[in-house]
Design a protein around this ligand. Structure first.
Ligand code: PLP
Length: 401
């Protein structure tokens, strides 16, 4: 797709969106190699978020009280909060430089008391979990495959989500919806989740929120002006500010509070399920692949920064990435400067208190040095250039030999 087909070109002064935004282009049909999706697994249930799906996976497993769950030292707090909410304890494992669990960081005593392990396909770059699956089977530990970053793709020898006893995903990271998650399994039927149905008002508000966000980012050419006026009127009447996407809080009052686990017992909103069903997927997959490759090109030879993984090791046609992971030497300064510029970038620098230092674990280094640059389908080529230029401007100048 050429950049001129985006509705975004008139909106260069707006901050760039941190997630997919509904627009006319969301309906565009594009040819691409179809990829497996977690939705195609035989057993599937919908939740309000990826974190709610992890919580539900733990409930499905019916673990003995007091059991521990292994989680990675490199994590988003929303991967740890569900374990504690399920009244289980947390144990940690370290990561290898390829992002897979470093099983040597789990001692025998820890393996003995753990009954489940949460393993994520980081950045939307899935890998075979054959070794982890075997280790879990040998230790009678259930595997929860966290596909929050991987709605589509193949993880080595199996489709995404097919390694785990249960697998979880995040709909809102891949579709322009306010919330949504998936609990799935290739092997185990899912018992009913017994979720509360949202009120009619909440259902209606979800649609308004989607359209308001689309209007804010000027994605509904022909309707933007009229809708903007309507939303201005609505907001002055309701005294609520126009919706501006939140970057994750930089200083959270508490990890559990900032993990925002409030809606885990709710059923997802119909707006999310309907949009997920009707929107074409090929554009989502293709545009993410293109944006990822653009970043790879721009950061191929940048001083003070390098792609976390060599492009040659990434089977890009078999996946739809969530972010482009970039190692930055002077990450602390550059990350804060980028956030001040409202650039859509994340860094997992808030790790859960008590996360141990483990020998042979790249997690602490990644928490410090890895910037996650968004590459979703509603960022155009121009947007990727804007992000890249902002970052390149903060890097040390290229020295000529
Ligand atoms: C690896 C991983 N797992 C789970 C989650 C939770 O997903 P959600 O935001 O849909 O609750 C996240 C959120 O960022 C994540 O990055």
């Amino acid at each position: 797709m050429s950049t001129s087909t985006f509705d975004t070109q008139a909106s260069a002064s707006l901050p760039l969106p941190c997630g997919p935004i509904l627009g006319w282009s969301s309906f565009k049909m594009v040819t691409a190699q179809p990829l497996p999706s977690i939705e195609n697994l035989p057993y599937i249930a919908f939740t309000t978020s990826g974190r709610a799906a992890i919580y539900q996976a733990l409930l499905q497993l019916q673990l003995p009280p007091g059991s521990s769950v292994l989680v990675p030292s490199y994590h988003c707090p929303t991967m740890v909060a569900p374990v504690l909410l399920a009244h289980l304890s947390v144990a940690y494992f370290g990561l290898r430089p390829d992002g897979l669990p470093n099983l040597d960081t789990i001692d025998a005593a820890t393996a003995n008391r753990c009954k489940a392990m949460l393993v994520a396909h980081y950045f939307g770059l899935p890998k075979s979990l054959a070794e982890v699956r075997k280790w879990c089977d040998d230790h009678a530990i259930a595997l929860i495959e966290d596909c929050a970053h991987c709605y589509f793709g193949t993880a080595g020898e199996r489709p995404i989500g097919a390694w785990g006893d249960f697998s979880t995903a995040s709909i809102s990271k891949f579709f322009p919806v306010p919330e949504g998650g998936i609990l799935a399994s290739a092997h185990r039927p899912i018992r009913p989740l017994e979720l509360c149905t949202p009120s009619l008002k909440a259902q209606f508000k979800a649609w308004i929120d989607v359209v308001e966000m689309a209007t804010y980012y000027q994605r509904l050419t022909g309707l933007n002006r009229a809708l903007s006026l309507l939303f201005k009127l609505k907001n002055s009447f309701l005294r609520s500010p126009a919706p501006v996407e939140n970057l994750p809080e930089s200083v959270a009052p508490s990890m559990m509070h900032s993990s925002n686990m409030g809606r885990i017992a709710q059923a997802p909103l119909r707006a999310a399920l309907l949009l997920k069903t009707i929107l074409p997927r090929n554009r989502i997959i293709r545009q993410r692949q293109k944006n990822f490759l653009l970043y790879a090109l721009y950061f191929e030879n940048s001083p003070g920064a390098k792609p976390l993984f060599p492009l040659a090791d990434i089977p890009i046609s078999h996946l739809a990435p969530y972010v482009f992971p970039l190692w930055v030497d002077d990450a602390e300064r550059i990350y804060h400067a980028l956030r001040a510029l409202k650039i859509p970038v994340f860094r997992w620098d808030k790790i859960w208190p008590g996360t141990p230092q483990l020998d042979g674990d790249v997690g602490p280094l990644w928490s410090q040095h890895v910037l996650q640059l968004l590459c979703h389908q509603d960022l155009s080529q121009t947007d990727i250039q804007r992000i890249t230029h902002a970052l390149l401007n903060l890097l040390p100048p290229l020295t000529t030999p």
